[in-house]
Ligand binder design. Structure first.
Ligand code: BES
Ligand code: ZN
Ligand code: ZN
Length: 479
């Protein structure tokens, strides 16, 4: 079970609490004894502490002063991150329930704090056979804030759950999460939240001539799947759907261009794009957004076998375009190319694909943002960037000049799946561009999708990157 968040209507005098204040000056002195106030003052003034723990033995009170940054978004992010810091202390004291009391002027802060606590409190214990020592104590977060509505709390809960379901999917190893199993998990999420799911079998994928997905799947024992998710409310504000495409490589060995050293260890994360799309549909459906959204998830593993595809092969994609495969490890663009051309049949308003596509994207900006590119107009790009800033899954737009397209021209087919030694994230994007004829954005999430260590409320392993971003964008779009 994930952490649950509730709105409380009256003060719980004796429960463990976090008090939020805008500054030292604005502290409500009635809440503390003289000694406690003195203690808070010295901690803030002498030690520059922004989080102070008052230990009342039976009651722990965390005093949190907002650390104002120049940008409002950055301030909100420090509050989320404080949730992770306070959680460490909550866990060490085996606290099960905590009450947030907002004494600052901003309702955003109590929601952000609850969000940080709940996201940081995530753990993946499915494969632990003994009761994990580190298992978290925190079960429940109550928000006391007159400006926060029940609806807002429920909405936050759904988006958090969606993010954590997405983390679960990414953290599942391929020994469980094959392509068919990924489709089954998505069907479960659909049932729980109300979005429709259709799973195309290998026979159907063959009939559709999805040559990219089939080529990557050739080395696999398990069949590929192509999962179609749909949320179509009666009152949808958009006539043409928004289509989200997620890379679902459930494991990437690299194929015959095998990954060496430690390069393969984390490659169960190569379906993080798919997990983000599934999580987003869950959040959208649970919150009943009045926007028509479709998700497309091509899925397979990428493995070695005597039947596997090899460098030098030429394949024909779903669109009819021919591709010279020059590296079997550049498999993501092959399965995405098929999904992107399939998306044309929906006559979409906008298509966004999410993929752990290139090491080059990770090398360029690391874990702090999403590499973005595409042909959508500036208005849409700006809206996406704004959502990225609000949820702090920030977008770094890369150049997308025509010249990069020259780097993937093939001698014997129309294009090749390998660019030159530089600009690898962009040449991958240019490859995808061959399969779109609608407003489109490509998000390369290779950097932030999977972390080696905790980063505040983004826990080690799968992060669920993309869910909060897309939910926010779709909600803004549906108004
Ligand atoms: N799944 C990888 C990209 C990746 C790398 C994701 C690190 C997450 C972390 C992708 O399929 C891949 O192997 N890309 C190659 C492309 C190259 C062969 C053109 C890469 O980035 O090295
Ligand atoms: Zn690869
Ligand atoms: Zn891959």
């Amino acid at each position: 079970m994930f952490t649950t968040i509730h709105k409380s209507k009256k003060i719980n005098e004796s429960g463990h609490a976090i008090y939020l204040f805008s500054s030292l000056k604005s502290i409500n002195t009635k809440l503390f004894s003289k000694d406690e106030l003195e203690y808070i003052k010295t901690q803030v003034e002498k030690n520059e502490q922004k989080t102070i723990l008052i230990n009342r033995l039976k009651q722990q009170v965390f005093v949190l002063l907002i650390d104002e940054k120049k940008e409002k978004h950055a301030t909100v992010e420090t509050v989320r991150a404080k949730g992770a810091t306070i959680l460490a202390s909550i866990k060490s004291q085996k606290i099960a329930e905590i009450n947030i009391q907002n004494h600052s002027s901003e309702k955003l802060y109590s929601l952000a704090l609850a969000e940080g606590l709940a996201l940081a409190n995530y753990q993946f214990l499915k494969y632990k056979t003994t009761k994990a020592k580190s298992a978290t104590s925190l079960k429940k977060v109550n928000i006391l804030d007159a400006d926060v509505s029940e609806t807002q709390v429920a909405e936050l809960q759904h988006v958090i759950d969606a993010t954590l379901f997405s983390r679960d999917l990414v953290n599942e190893p391929v020994s469980f999460l094959s392509a068919p199993q990924l489709s089954k998990e998505i069907e479960k999420l659909g049932k729980q939240s109300g979005f429709k799911v259709e799973v195309l079998s290998k026979a159907k994928i063959e009939a559709l001539k999805m040559g990219g997905l089939l080529a990557v799947n050739k080395g696999s024992v398990q069949p590929p799947t192509f999962t179609i998710l749909e949320w179509k409310p009666k009152n949808a504000s958009n006539k043409k759907p928004v289509v989200l495409v997620g890379k679902g490589v459930v494991y990437d060995t690299g194929g015959y261009n095998i990954k060496v050293g430690t390069g393969m260890e984390t490659m169960k994360c190569d379906m993080a794009g798919a997990a983000a799309v599934a999580g987003t549909l869950y959040a959208v459906a649970k919150n009943k957004l009045n926007v028509h959204v479709i998700g497309l998830i091509p899925a397979t593993d990428n493995r070695i076998d005597s039947k596997a595809y090899v460098a030098g092969d030429v394949i024909t994609m779903h669109s009819g375009k021919t591709v010279e495969v020059l590296n079997t490890d550049a498999e993501g663009r092959l399965i995405l190319g098929d999904a992107l051309s399939y998306a044309k049949k929906y006559n979409p308003e906008l298509v966004i694909d999410l993929a752990t596509l290139t090491g080059a994207a990770m090398a360029a900006i690391g874990k702090y943002g999403i590499v973005a590119m595409g042909n959508a107009d500036e208005k849409i790009k700006n809206k996406l960037k704004e959502s990225g800033n609000v949820v702090y899954e920030r977008l770094a737009e890369f150049p997308f000049w025509e010249e990069y397209g020259d780097l993937i021209k093939s001698d014997i087919a129309e294009i090749k799946n390998l660019g030159g030694p530089y600009g690898g994230a962009i040449t991958a994007g240019k490859f995808l561009e061959h399969f779109v004829d609608y407003p489109w954005m490509h998000f390369d999430i290779a950097g932030p999708a999977f972390l080696e260590a905790n980063d505040a409320y983004r826990t080690k392993g799968g992060t669920g990157t993309g869910v909060r971003l897309l939910y926010h964008f779709l909600k803004n779009n549906s108004k």
